[in-house]
Design a protein around this ligand. Structure first.
Ligand code: C5P
Length: 394
């Protein structure tokens, strides 16, 4: 069942219904009064192929409690769009309108697709309510960054996920919660090594792979800490993000948290070199050449090898040649349980894109090439392996 509450993104609710029907699901629609300020009853009922549960139908049921009947019918209630007020009502157990009453009636699974201005989404009260709903076992899908009806000063996330993405994400709500009680530490993104206050050495890592692993682990019930270099990605709901800039800062953040985690998935593209003598002022450009003296950054995974206890540790290796041999060597030297090898120069692999193509390599030298797939799906495959190793460390 899809329920619309009163945000501008309610114009997209009929598309969510249509996509779900196209994917072969039976659907029903519900709407609050305020949703009808943005979408008409007729467009919702046409898209759903049936009557809409709204204030009018709710109170004209001749002795039947429709919110209870409909909640019992639904495997999933997706509230899209979900306003700050709808989240607050559910977090506090209110049942004053048809959508909050549906949530209280307890459908199998409840997911929220927040849609609001970026400042509102960032507000502590909203985040508190989101935490509460996650704690109650609800799912939060999005929000995304991007243009919205109401301008956002911060440009932060707040936009409802597109109908296609919402529908794509629904299967993850029915995942096993096999990481309950587990703490997963993830690193993501590039690091920046400053030469002077404005120039730095870095790489094109977008952070997408690590953010996908963090979101997938959260969806499977883990407590997730995400140590992230500079990226433009919004924090996955319920994931604690520890922002860092340099390799040294990432090293400190990971070292501090490693003992308390069950698994570390190190997707970050840590810069290997930093300036040996960074300048405190912007150096004026002069001459046609400049020689930089570089010093190695700390190797985070290698430094952890000596401290590794029961944790499962996963690394990533980017190679342009001799991939497998180098990956095996790294997995051994860094005491990894396995390493995900990818080829940054191949199309559709690694840096930046939504997809990745990896080969899983173990320190014993076994290799398993995986097909190219969305990073979101790949994250689950990596976590399936981590779950296997956690439950059977032998
Ligand atoms: O750079 P390299 O190919 O050795 O990276 C392999 C793995 O080691 C990656 O998981 C990366 O995050 C990690 N790494 C690290 N510290 C570095 C460089 C890489 O932990 N300084």
């Amino acid at each position: 069942m899809v329920a619309a509450t009163g945000g501008a993104a309610a114009v997209k609710t009929p598309f969510v219904l249509r996509r779900l029907r196209e994917a072969g699901h039976e659907v029903r629609a519900a709407a609050t009064d305020d949703a009808y300020r943005f979408v008409t009853p007729l467009s919702l009922s046409l898209a759903a192929g049936g009557e809409v549960l709204d204030r009018e139908s709710w109170f004209e049921t001749h002795g039947r409690a429709l919110h209870l009947e409909w909640a019992a019918w639904a495997d999933l209630l997706l509230v899209a769009p979900a306003t700050a007020d709808a989240l607050a009502s559910a977090a506090h157990g209110h049942g004053h309108d048809v959508v909050s009453a549906l949530v209280l009636a307890g459908p199998g699974c409840v997911a929220w697709a927040p849609a609001m201005n970026g400042e509102m989404w960032a507000n502590r009260a909203v985040q508190r309510n989101v935490e509460q709903l996650l704690g109650d076992g609800h799912a939060i899908l999005g929000p995304a960054q991007g243009g919205m009806a109401a301008l956002s000063e911060s440009g932060g996330p707040g936009r409802m996920l597109e109908p296609e993405e919402l529908v794509e994400r629904l299967p993850e709500l029915f995942l096993a919660r096999d990481f309950e009680e587990r703490t997963i530490l993830v690193s993501a993104g590039p690091t920046r090594e400053y030469l002077d206050p404005v120039r730095f050495l870095s790489n094109p890592s977008s952070g997408r792979m690590g953010y996908a692993v963090a979101a997938a682990a959260k969806a499977r019930g883990a407590r997730v800490e995400l140590v992230s270099g500079p990226t433009t990605l919004p924090a996955p709901a319920g994931v604690e993000v520890v922002p860092v800039t340099t390799a040294q800062e990432m090293y400190d953040a990971i070292r501090e948290r490693f003992a308390g985690c069950d698994a570390l998935v190190m997707t970050a593209a840590v810069a290997d070199w930093r300036s040996a003598n960074p300048s405190g002022r912007k150096e004026p450009k002069s001459g046609e050449r400049l020689t930089l003296e570089l010093a190695r950054t700390p190797d985070i995974l290698e430094s952890l090898a000596a401290h590794k206890g029961r944790q499962v540790v996963v690394g990533f290796a980017m190679e342009t040649e001799e991939g497998v041999a180098r990956a095996v060597e790294k997995a051994r030297r860094k005491k990894l349980d396995f390493i995900c090898l990818n080829y940054p120069t191949r199309e559709g692999s690694a840096f930046g894109g939504e997809e990745n193509e990896i080969t899983v390599v173990t320190p014993a030298g076994s290799t398993e090439p995986l097909p190219r797939m969305p990073k979101r799906e790949l994250a689950h495959i990596i976590l399936d392996r981590v779950a296997g190793l956690l439950s059977d460390p032998s």
